[in-house]
Write a protein that binds this ligand. Sequence first.
Ligand SMILES: [Zn+2]
Length: 256
Amino acid sequence: MRRRLLVGGAAALAGCAVAAPARPAGDRRHERLPASYPDLLVAVDDDTLVWRDGTRMAIGAGLPARDFETMLRSATIADQLRQDYVSGPLQGPPPRDHSPGRLRNTAFFERMYGDCRRGGTARNLRSVTWMPRTHPQALRVTTVNDVATRLERVIAALEALPDRLKAYLVPAAGSVACRAVADTGLPSVHGYGAAIDIGVGQSDYWSWSRRRGDIPHRNRIPFAVVEPFEAERFIWGGKWYHYDTMHFEYRPELFA
Ligand SMILES: [Zn+2]
C-alpha cells in the first residue's frame, strides 16, 4: 500500500525502525484537536493544524509509527494522539511502552503555553490554592485553556472526598517548574504550568525502581483521587507504562 508522506523529514523517518504498528488507514484522531483546544485552534485542514492566529503546523497524520523511544524524543502532532488514554479505574498494568500523553510535540505545546526558558509562560500563570480546607498551598497554574479554573473545580471535588484520602494529596509536590523530562531532555509539561504533582509520600515513579528492561508497574493511588482530575480532562501518569503516579496534566485531546 502506498503511504502518503509529508514533504520534509519523510526520508529520515522512512529509515527509522518501525516497531509499533502504523496508524490504521482513516485514523482521524487528530481531528479532535480544535474541539479540545477551542480557544487556540480553529481547524484541521487536510494534514495541517490551523491556529486562531493563522499559524499552520504539519500534523504528520500520514506518517507511520516509529519505535516508542524515537517518538518520545521527536513526536509529531499526530503521535500525541497515537496511544489511547482510557478514563476510569486502572485495568491492570499498562502494556509495554503504553504511556498515553508522554508523546508530546514540543512546538505544539510551546506555541500553546509559551517557552518557560524564554519567560514565555510566566505571564499566563496565576495562583491557585491547593486543598484550601485540608492543607492550603499556593500553586501557580496557567490560565491558558482555563487550566487554572479547571484545577479549582478538581480541588473542590477532592476536598469533598473522605478525609482518609487526603493523605494522597497533601502536600502537593508542585505545579510549574521550568525543567526537562529526565529521560528525554525535552521540556516538561510542568514548564507550561499545565501539570501538577500531588503528594509524593504515597506515589511511585518508574525510574525510582528501574531504568532499563521491563518496568514492573506500581501504584498506591486510589481511583477516587484520580476521578475528579479525569472529569476535567487531566490525564494521570499512573496509567503509563513509565508510571508517574503523582502526575496529572491537562490533555483534553486524549479523551475520546
Ligand atoms: Zn509531574
